[in-house]
Design a protein around this ligand. Structure first.
Ligand code: ADP
Ligand code: MG
Length: 388
């Protein structure tokens, strides 16, 4: 964990004066609802107690200077000239994109000195990118006394990643980083951004295991899956002309027409439609205090991602199997787009130490690799960082 005092000292060392404010934007994990976002469906993420911190102080010129502690790098750009993409400092584009988005939206911004540091692992699937964007946007909002609502901030951050950085992510990561709630997950409807906070069980923890596998194939396979979902919608329209996304097809409707669909579209549609149903049922199960059902739905989600959506890899399957075998683990699944990255499990608090030990050993046995395990607490969305 990073403490506020350390960040304050780092800022003073670089800029010779203390920061005006320090903002924290959390990373996130999606508990269930995978590959449902671009099908207008439901996702069920929680913000976690790992975050990106932006310390800031206004300047009296129109420059933005950034010290990126974790990248051992610095960058600077002007607010009164067109903000360009930076090839030399790729990390800076997340900040440049957010600032440009604020300017395009008509906000007036003053220059600032920033210092950025994070304990969200980068590129592991816990969304260090959204944490950085949301924290940056919030810091500029405070410095310039803007009044941007959480949903607007999330859309601005997503826009920066889509158009400035060039990654076609959905809205989930930025939304949960902006609007997460401590000890809750949010059931988010990706169609209209309505959401419902659902309390997480008091006697269980969210555990993330990083497989440290490179997500190499993910780009092309992701685009292919999106096309297959569009093909499925075109086919379902023959029977249900009013639908516009797979989210509009119920499990009963799927069952009725499943046999008429060609492969692989049939299997892809089956994953999305049942996953969307699982996401909603899992939220209801937690609300009813039924953790066992929630865990079973997580396990079913993994099987569906592996067999029907075909986005898992043997290392992820091994990590999930290792978790599911531990007594006190309610359920486990791969999380994120797939082809590597992290798994998420729900584990009884009393079983955490055994879980860490057994999963590390079984994963090593199966793959020869080490996993990094993060026991997470659901945290609040972006806000001012407070001293411990
Ligand atoms: P993920 O969001 O899953 O962690 P991404 O590839 O989407 O992975 O985003 C990681 C990128 O975001 C990094 O390569 C870097 O450019 C930027 N980034 C994330 N955290 C930081 C940080 N603390 N400082 C500077 N840049 C960061
Ligand atoms: Mg990202």
């Amino acid at each position: 964990m990073i403490d506020v005092e350390t960040i304050r000292e780092q800022f003073e060392r670089h800029y010779g004066i203390h920061p005006r404010l320090i903002v924290r934007g959390p990373g996130r994990v999606n508990l269930i609802g995978e590959h449902t976002d671009y099908n207008d469906g439901f996702v069920f993420p929680a913000a976690i107690d790992r975050a990106t911190y932006v310390a800031a102080r206004p300047r009296d010129d129109a420059l933005v200077h950034i010290v990126a502690v974790d990248m051992h790098d610095e960058d600077e750009f002007a607010l009164d000239a067109p903000i360009e993409h930076s090839a030399d400092h790729p990390w800076s584009n997340y900040i440049r994109g957010v600032v440009k988005g604020l300017l395009v939206a008509g906000h007036t911004l003053g220059g600032a000195n920033l210092l950025i540091t994070s304990d969200v692992p980068r590129g592991s699937g816990l969304s260090s990118s959204a944490a950085l964007e949301v924290a940056t946007g919030y810091a500029f909002q405070l410095l310039n006394r803007l009044n941007i609502l959480g949903e607007e901030l999330a859309l601005l951050a997503q826009g920066a990643e889509n158009t400035f950085v060039g990654v076609q992510c959905g809205i989930m990561d930025q939304f949960i980083s902006a609007l997460g709630r401590s000890d809750h997950a949010l059931l988010l409807d990706c169609r209209d951004l309505s959401y419902r906070p659902v309390p997480l069980p008091a006697n269980a923890q969210i555990v993330v295991c990083d497989s440290h596998t490179e997500r190499r194939l993910s780009g092309s396979a992701y685009n292919q899956r999106r096309e297959e979902c569009e093909a499925a919608v075109r086919l379902f329209k023959r029977w249900y002309p009013k639908i516009s996304a797979l989210r509009d097809v119920s499990v009963a409707q799927l069952r009725e027409h499943e046999a008429d669909l060609p492969e692989p579209v049939r299997a892809r549609a089956r994953h999305v439609i049942t996953e969307n149903d699982r996401a909603q049922r899992s939220a209801a199960a937690l609300e009813a205090g039924d953790i066992a059902t929630f865990g079973r739905l997580m396990n079913e989600s993994h099987a569906s991602l592996r067999d029907d959506y075909e986005v898992s890899i043997p290392a992820m399957d091994a990590l999930v199997a290792a978790a599911q075998a531990v007594p006190g683990c309610y359920g486990s699944r791969m999380t994120g787009a797939g082809f590597g990255g992290c798994t998420v499990s729900l584990v009884e608090t009393g079983a955490i130490e055994r879980f860490k030990h057994d999963v590390a050993a079984a994963f090593r046995q199966a793959t020869g690799r080490d996993t990094t395990i993060y026991v997470c607490r659901a945290s609040d969305g972006v806000g001012r960082a407070l001293p411990e």
